[in-house]
Design a protein around this ligand. Structure first.
Ligand code: NAD
Length: 320
């Protein structure tokens, strides 16, 4: 049984082991594969099992690589695979539905707390000598913000949104939520409101809805206009949820006081992305999911997905 992993590097840059897959077949791992059908087809060859994270598997590729029996996604999102074409060929596509809830919700507050006390900027100032030269026992170069008593608005109140809400509540924040599908667990953590109510009442807005036609550009000129002056925006979900030029303009004007972004419209970030010129903006390179603990969990589930398929009882199939 030949198993090919087309883009293993971000899941396992060397601090994990592929042995779970090695036990299940003859494994070939590529760190990266160019997003080019011809190269993808060449690398898959006559393998029966293909694992991908962000490398696209098109209907064309599936039509040529006729030996494929199973596609495993080393992630939650599977939009890179033509799942319908796979289904027509009887190929199950299995994903890892949840592995990074704790890490991604933690990242929301890594961004938010870093902003509230400007941790990085103050540390840099201290290393540059500003504290040694200070006539007082302390100094601060930015307004410092206490979150207790402030309102956190969460758009998309699923697993990660609710995990973020628990942290917000622990910090003394009030939680408002907007979701197309309210749940009992959500009601226990925050108050469901309309999107407009959330935009108007929140001091901090955090995005946790999936990227769908209905949510693309949900943060845009018109929704920003409905927000409080000086709102903070956090996006750890998907870049295209935000109209980036509109966010840039709002950061320039001060309408949005600060943005903390782990995701942008095109990744890796393009050199001409307008947000690279934005003030009051932290951007991290899509790392919310990536602590070792999360990647280890992801690996374990991906291996178990394949083992279950080989036992004849596939799980986590997204194109059943
Ligand atoms: P989830 O499915 O548990 O929650 C998503 C929620 O969004 C659901 O409650 C759903 O009802 C809601 N929703 C759907 N359509 C909506 C709409 N039009 N408006 C408002 N809400 C809507 O997913 P999750 O595990 O909480 O993950 C949330 C998102 O986090 C994912 O879609 C993914 O984009 C992102 N993510 C990012 C990273 C990272 O490393 N930065 C890692 C994992 C996931």
């Amino acid at each position: 049984m030949k198993i090919v992993i087309l883009d293993g590097y971000t899941e396992n840059p060397g601090d994990l082991s592929w042995e779970g897959f090695e036990r299940l077949g003859e494994l070939t791992v590529y760190d990266r594969t160019p997003h080019d059908d011809a190269e993808i087809i060449k690398r898959i060859g006559n393998a029966e099992i293909v694992l991908v994270n962000k490398t696209p598997l098109s209907a064309h590729t599936l039509s040529i690589c006729k030996n494929i029996r199973y596609i495993g996604i080393l992630a939650t999102g599977y939009n890179i695979v033509d799942t319908e074409a796979a289904k027509e060929r009887g190929i199950p596509v299995a994903n890892v539905p949840t592995y990074g809830t704790a890490a991604v919700s933690q990242m929301v507050f890594a961004h938010l707390l870093a902003y509230c006390h400007h941790v990085s900027e103050h540390s840099s100032a201290v290393f540059a000598g500003a504290w040694s030269d200070c006539p007082d026992y302390c100094f601060w170069n930015y307004p410092l913000i206490e979150l207790a008593g402030k309102t956190m608005g969460i758009i998309g109140f699923g697993r990660i949104g609710q995990a973020a809400a628990k942290i917000a509540v622990a910090l003394g924040m009030k939680v408002l939520a907007y979701d197309e599908y309210p749940s009992e667990s959500g009601r226990a953590l925050g108050e469901y409101v309309s999107l407009d109510e959330l935009l108007a009442a929140s001091d901090v807005i955090s995005l946790h809805c999936p990227l769908l036609p209905a949510t693309e550009g949900i943060i845009n000129k018109s929704s920003i206009a409905k927000m409080k002056q000086g709102v903070v925006l956090i996006n750890t979900s998907r870049g295209p949820l935000v109209a980036e030029q509109d966010l840039f303009d709002a950061l320039e004007s001060g309408k949005v006081a600060h943005a903390g972004l782990d995701v942008v419209s095109a990744e890796p970030i393009q050199r001409d992305n307008v947000l690279l010129k934005a003030k009051n903006c932290f951007i991290t390179p899509h790392i919310a999911w990536a602590p070792l603990e999360s990647r280890r969990r992801l690996m374990a589930v991906a291996v178990e997905n394949l083992a279950a398929f080989l036992r004849g009882a596939p799980v986590n199939v997204v194109n059943a």
